[in-house]
Design a protein around this ligand. Sequence first.
Ligand code: SF4
Ligand code: SF4
Length: 453
Amino acid sequence: MNLHTFKKGGIHPPEFKITARREIKEVALPREVVITLAQHIGAPAVCAMAKGDRVCRGQEVAQAGGFVSAPVHSPITGTITAIGQSRNAYGQLVATVTIAADDADHDADLKAIAGATPVRTPEQAMAMEPKEITYIVAQAGIVGLGGATFPTKVKLSPPPGSKADIVIINAVECEPFLTNDHALMLAHPDEILEGVKLLMHAAGVERAVIGIEANKPDAIALLGEKAKNFSGIEVMPLKVKYPQGGEKQLIKAVTGREVPSGALPIATGAIVQNVATAYAVYEAVIWGKPLMERIITVTGPSLSNPGNYLVPIGYPLAKLVELAGGVPADTGKILLGGPMMGRAITNIDTPTIKGISGVLMLPQSMSERAQAEPCIRCAACVGVCPMGLQPYLISTHSRLGNWDDAEKLGVMNCIECGCCSYTCPSSRPILDYIRLGKMTVGGIIRARQQKQS
Ligand code: SF4
Ligand code: SF4
């Protein structure tokens, strides 16, 4: 079969999908959660509550701090015991709210979960105005669950003059090791399709495509069969190629359209949402459930109990790692996310947040960097760059502080996929320098815009 994919660049790293097809394990509801206020792109949520206030399961703890922001909710009933700061996974202090449950709170939550009923039927939901669906999505604190955590309501509110004609569901999961989306698709295909229908209704489009890489044939078959009952929804198997889960690459693979440099994806008429986001939309609209839990793949070659865990937001990361067998003795690096785009962390005494798709414990043997050698001008990094950039040149200009040149060469178009560093035979830290360039040039551009306005 001739499978769709994006054309420029890309690589095929080993998959290491250790936890593929493992059932979702639900972690027990904790007695205490720590809710981080900034767990999305945009302004942090704002908490107007005080220590000693009572909170119910599903209640908003802090409201959105602006248009590009999202509220956060408590997954447990309890009392606020602290409003202050905690260390995030990278060791930085961030604003948090701690909620603790007593025995009665805990029992009440377990009973409420067991006896939960939908707040409306899918038919009733489809009879609502699109803006009412978007409002529920905003109130539920739903953000992109592929890792970007961009507030979903913003994507459903295109800027004036833009119009969507397709919703693309990102079910690609091209990062090695991660299987949380795959597990979700096998467990909840009907709910995902209902969520896609709601997203189409909110966006005012007649067509949706669920893009799934061909290494998940069971999910393609299951969703493809069920999608026959949903008008306008199609499942598209995609060639296995990293970074197909990148928004621009997925739009290209599915529609053949190119997002212009510096433009938003909506410029192509496409709204891209992660498959777990579609499921969260279903839960919010049909069950009245805000985003207060997610599936996290906890994995690594030496881990004794790796798996796909359904975890309340605010759950202790260290406890989750314990459930998966604890940090293996040979661990060299712990990453949040996959090995390609995930970030190494320094602290597991931190709560889970909406953007954590995976916790990866890499053994020392897989996490050591080889000694960087001089560039041999082989152009391998150019060939694999999905954005058509010249990574060796941009990284050199960034290393030398030639910010004008880095900008002219399109440093801001880099999607930080890491294909260049992965491929370089000289083990050059290409992406590290490009990230430095993006940060600096981004600051220069913002300062220039401020001066002009
Ligand atoms: S990290 Fe940036 S420069 Fe390197 S391959 Fe990816 S998009 Fe290109
Ligand atoms: S892949 Fe490495 S060695 Fe080859 S051109 Fe790029 S930076 Fe230089």
